[in-house]
Ligand binder design. Structure first.
Ligand code: AHR
Length: 799
């Protein structure tokens, strides 16, 4: 008997493996009519949206290293520490007896009695780099006989001096003192110390430490600005978002308080939970746009905050502010506002062409204010492109007067995004143009995983194909300081010295770098995949509410008990999540006492499919009721029954979006019996034995492949973007019709990873990032296998 040699055997096995693999590979066809070019791709298509959320500006791209430099954060010296040495008894407090200027009311008073050290660690450590220069500057005055010098030092996290110098000669009135400090070692977690000794009183204000080297010399953190530049944005919407609305009338954004002398800008408590210095003000935003080569798109407050509105009769200041903003950005230098721009360092106009009125307002109050503002702006600036918003409740955009552009926002699951890939195919071509001003996969997205990027990319192919109507799009939010994650996920995460892009960041980059200038008609025949059954573990949570939970039990459909809670001594087995959460075990229950948003505790097995979850819950205080989580795959998932949500007015099951919303109210102090049963596509929810929701969530089909094609008319390159939204590879025949001379070779960029749940991190910033390659193909015969969960850009040249 003869046996095949080892080599033969390997070949045989490989061939057999290929046969099996090839036969089970899904097949698809993509057809592109290269000889029938469609509409031009608008040059504005891919841009960015900058909102000061998650410490994106202060603590982020605005590189002030000192936190609470002007002591305006509160009436306490937040983020400052005073320590006494050698028996000293100095003390500090926030003082408003003699402000630095009328707009900078607070300063720090140090009652000096012996040796003291003031310390500020900035935003979780200051990034100090060996050999780099830093400007240390403060305003100071001394009274009650304080005459000694003080030392300003930058120290490493282990206390070693990295740079320092002495400052002396304080006067009774405010005087600025400046030092140029060069670091003789590096530490990303350094701190600032100001120490002195003696007797008397020392007042400090505007205590600032800034790197001398900033991006293009315009005062921004270089690595983060470069991260934006690498996206090649063609516009930048700023500065919000909810940020421009503010929580109430007193906290609305007014651009005029954010220009000129940095010491006289009005700080603003922002809706994302921190005080902003306005160091990144209107003029810095405009400068950033100019430096990025991006069209500025200014979003102005329309007299509406998140919770109240300026009376219609008092809107004069708001219309004037809108006109003045345009004058400031564009006016000649011999006008009031153009002159001020020149005085602030930028005589040339910024060429502002796009202005959005409000953010996510919607409804009659908005329509009335839209009318006022638009009429005033169009009377003076008829060419300004005015953008109206739509709110997240789906109320229509204002029709009177017609907007030039309408801003739509989407925050949904990956599957919803893939389904939206075709929504613009049927949009009116005679109405206003569309700006997708905010979009992101926010469900099952982790802190920004590959699966989320796939959903966004599929949606973006639809935007590109329909870019005759959708002329601008920007992901949101852009930045997050990893130590202050108010919103998740975000495109670019950073700490004091490092940053990384999410997989979605690379999708943005791949689309932006490969735009082309004309679309080519494309048809995709790839078959459908049906959504997989929902799986995941369970949890409990709160939103601005204190509550406790006990007797939590999960039972399989066959009656087998899968899980029971035991809070007799601890919360072992539970993952406690949420910024600022205060979980503890007490009296046999798991209790949460912080009135913060998005607080969760999760437990169980992430592969559970069908089960019944039972528990008892009691509200202790706060604004809402309970969140009862199920089918949790990822720590950031928001699949829950929201009981007493929306300020304790509604119950709803939050799946892709709030479903089956019904009036509901949770009483404080009452122990509620809660039960959720999930079986296949059915979800049932009971409260105190009463069936509240009975939902069928059919598993929807999505296509395997989503694609769009453009052509670069200068090089002739055909640019094909293909998203494989299925989990498995798809073997695809690509027919490029009507092209006489294909080059037979091309370049590829592929974004994929081992698991759709893979994410990047500070430690592994490029784990999910695109790989570049080249390929050859004979004649017109182009075949390619697109890996499951991948985004591919192919550039195919002409001969
Ligand atoms: O992008 C985060 C927030 O989401 C924005 O501030 C707001 O406009 C939207 O609801």
């Amino acid at each position: 008997m003869r046996y095949p040699s080892q080599t033969m055997k390997t070949l045989f096995i490989t061939a057999a493996g290929c046969l099996i693999a090839c036969s089970i590979l899904a097949q698809a066809t993509i057809t592109v009519d290269v000889n029938k070019p469609g509409h031009a791709v608008p040059p504005t298509l891919w841009g960015i949206f900058f909102e000061d959320i998650n410490l994106s500006a202060d603590g982020g791209i605005y590189p002030e290293l000192v936190r609470n430099r002007s002591f305006e954060d509160s009436d306490q010296p937040d983020h400052w520490k005073l320590s006494n040495a050698a028996g000293g008894q100095s003390a500090m407090n926030v003082d408003d007896s003699a402000p630095l200027n009328p707009l900078n009311r607070h300063s720090l008073r140090v009652k000096v009695n012996g040796a003291f050290t003031l310390e500020n660690e900035g935003y979780w450590g200051m990034n100090i780099v060996k050999g780099d220069s830093y400007t240390f500057r403060f305003a100071a005055r001394a009274t009650d006989g304080f005459t000694n010098p003080v030392n300003a030092k930058i120290v490493s996290s282990s206390g070693n001096e990295l740079a320092g110098a002495e400052i002396s000669r304080f006067a009774g009135n405010w005087r600025y003192h400046t030092l140029d400090l060069v670091a003789f070692d590096s530490d990303p977690k350094a701190r600032l110390q100001i120490s002195g000794s003696g007797q008397g009183t020392l007042f400090l204000d505007m205590v600032s430490l800034m790197p001398r080297t900033t991006w293009k010399g315009h005062g921004l953190r270089t690595d983060l600005a470069e991260a934006l530049q690498a996206l090649h944005p063609s516009f930048m919407r700023f500065p919000g978002g909810n940020w421009i609305e503010g929580d109430d009338l007193a906290h609305m954004y007014h651009w005029k308080t954010t220009i000129g002398d940095i010491d006289a800008r009005t700080p603003l408590w922002n809706t994302w939970g921190y005080n902003t210095t306005q160091g990144l003000g209107f003029e810095e935003y405009l400068q950033l746009c100019e430096d990025l080569g991006a069209e500025p798109l200014f979003d102005i407050n329309c007299g509406m905050s998140l919770h109240d509105s300026v009376p219609l009769g008092q809107m004069g200041q708001w219309t004037q502010d809108a006109l003045d903003a345009i004058d400031y950005a564009n006016g000649p230098t011999n006008t009031v506002w153009g002159g001020l721009r020149a005085q602030n360092g930028h005589p040339a106009p910024f060429h502002l062409k796009y202005m959005e009125i409000g953010n996510e307002n919607g409804g009659p109050d908005y329509y009335a204010r839209w009318l006022l503002l638009v009429n005033a702006i169009r009377a003076k600036y008829p060419d300004m492109q005015l953008i109206a918003n739509t709110d997240l409740r789906g109320r229509p955009y204002p029709r009177d007067p017609q907007p030039d552009i309408v801003d739509e926002h989407y925050y949904e699951s990956p599957e919803s995004f893939t389904r939206r890939a075709n929504q613009y195919d049927t949009y009116s071509r005679s109405g206003p143009k569309i700006f997708v001003g905010e979009y992101a996969v926010t469900r099952n997205a982790g802190e920004g995983n590959l699966r989320a990027a796939i959903g966004e990319a599929a949606f973006m192919t639809g935007i590109e194909r329909n870019s005759d109507v959708v002329i601008m799009a920007s992901y949101a939010p852009l930045f997050v300081n990893v130590d202050h994650r108010a919103w998740n996920p975000d495109l670019i995460s950073f700490d004091s010295s490092r940053w990384f892009g999410s997989p979605g960041y690379y999708v943005q980059q791949m689309f932006s770098e490969n735009r082309g200038d004309v679309t080519l008609p494309i048809t995709v025949d790839s078959g459908d995949v049906v959504e997989k059954p929902a799986i995941g573990c369970i949890g409990v949570g709160t939103w601005n509410t204190e509550a406790e939970f006990k007797d939590i039990k999960v039972t399989a459909p066959d009656g087998n008990v899968l899980f029971t809670s035991d809070f007799s001594t601890n919360s072992d087995g539970w993952k406690l999540l949420g910024d600022g959460a205060e979980w503890k075990v007490q009296d046999g229950a798991l209790r949460q006492t912080a009135e913060k948003e998005f607080i969760r505790a999760i437990a169980g097995d992430r592969s559970w499919i069908d089960y019944t979850l039972e528990l008892k819950a009691r509200k202790l205080g706060g604004r809402e009721g309970f969140l009862v989580l199920f089918h949790i795959n990822n720590d950031q998932d928001r699949v829950w029954w929201n009981i007493g949500g929306w300020n304790n007015t509604q119950n709803a099951v939050e799946l892709d979006e709030p479903t089956d919303m019904k009036a509901g109210y949770i009483e404080t102090g009452h122990w509620y019996d809660i039960k959720i049963e999930v079986r296949g596509i059915s979800i049932k929810c009971w409260l105190d034995g009463k069936l509240i929701h009975e939902i069928l969530k059919p598993r929807e089909a999505t296509h395997r492949l989503y694609a769009s094609t453009t052509q670069d008319r200068r090089t002739g390159d055909i640019i094909l973007k293909v998203v494989n939204a299925a989990d498995t590879p798809v073997n695809t025949e690509i027919k490029l019709q009507g092209v006489p001379h294909l080059s037979g070779s091309g370049k590829s960029m592929v974004l994929t990873s081992n698991s759709p749940w893979d994410e990047n991190s500070l430690e592994e910033p490029a784990k999910v990032s695109p790989e570049a390659g080249t390929f050859d193909f004979p004649g017109d015969n182009l075949h390619r296998t697109f890996p499951g969960n991948s985004v591919t850009v192919l550039r195919i040249g002409m001969k």
